[in-house]
Design a binder for this molecule. Structure first.
Ligand code: DGL
Length: 274
């Protein structure tokens, strides 16, 4: 059976699709399941406990579908749930399985991207308040001066498809300007929410060419390829059929329409209950 042991990709909603498409470009031969907990998104303003509970449910679901490896393609879940799942839950659930996030791979690269060593992080309230980027950057590039700004409106704007209306554009511009006002020396902005690449061009226009606006998808895809090269046992467990199936806690028709916009291709999801 070809789709028995896919890589699981999880996000609260549609944002992880931006990571999935980059991963599939780098690793086209593997099987994947994408799971969006759209019915309970956004996670960004939710408590630590709730994000942890929801993420653990999602990981257990993906494990039950045969995934030996799950990527939390969500910064909020990576910030609030990953560590506990890796350090406590996996041992009880199945110590041979793995769960990886998106913050550490991004933090490992940031030092190579900035010239001024002044970096801006845009994310959900959950990600920014967790200080996860500052903490991770202390390990990989402690010389970097990090400025952060939370954009609580952005995920709802994107999920409701109003990010390109004049009101939506105003919200986005105001947030970007607030970040740049904290530190005008910023030369690199990390889109630390997997929904935000959909705004990449908009943000790039606001900050101009001198500031790099970085999406995590390509970074996470490259790091995952390296991880699989180094972890041959895990790599051998993943099935290869080049397939991708989609699961959502939302109505599948609604999900299909929106997800197709993110991916630029038609998809057909299955609605599930956790
Ligand atoms: N895409 C998720 C992230 O990267 C968050 C979206 C949400 O608020 O649910 O943080």
């Amino acid at each position: 059976m070809k789709n028995d042991f896919p890589i699981g990709i999880f996000d609260s909603g549609y944002g992880g699709l931006t990571v999935l498409s980059e991963i599939r470009k780098s690793l086209p031969n593997y099987d994947f399941i994408y799971f969006g907990d759209n019915a309970r998104a956004p996670y960004g303003n939710r408590s630590f406990e709730l994000v942890y509970d929801f993420t653990l449910e999602a990981v257990n679901y993906l494990f039950s579908q045969g995934c030996p490896l799950v990527i939390l393609a969500c910064n909020t879940a990576s910030a609030k749930a990953l560590r506990t799942i890796q350090q406590k839950d996996l041992e009880k659930i199945d110590p041979t399985k793995r769960v990886l996030g998106v913050i550490r791979p991004s933090a490992e690269e940031i030092g190579f991207l900035t010239g001024t060593k002044h970096v801006g992080i845009l994310g959900t309230i959950g990600t920014i308040q967790s200080d996860s980027y500052k903490i991770e950057l202390q390990k990989y590039a402690p010389e970097i001066i990090v400025s952060q700004h939370a954009c609580p409106m952005w995920v709802p704007l994107i999920e409701n498809d109003v990010h390109q209306t004049s009101a939506g554009k105003l919200f986005i511009e105001e947030d970007v300007r607030k970040l740049m006002l904290i530190d005008p020396k910023i030369d690199t902005i990390i889109l630390a929410c997997t929904h935000y690449p959909i705004l990449q061009e908009q943000i790039q226009k606001i900050v101009g060419e001198k500031v790099k606006v970085i999406s995590q998808g390509p970074i996470v895809a490259e790091k995952l390829s390296l991880y699989l090269e180094r972890n041959k046992d895990m790599e051998a467990r993943i099935s290869r059929g080049g397939t991708c199936s989609y699961r959502t806690t939302e109505n599948a028709i609604i999900f299909n329409k929106k997800a197709s916009q993110f991916l630029g291709e038609e998809i057909s999801a299955q609605q599930i209950e956790l």
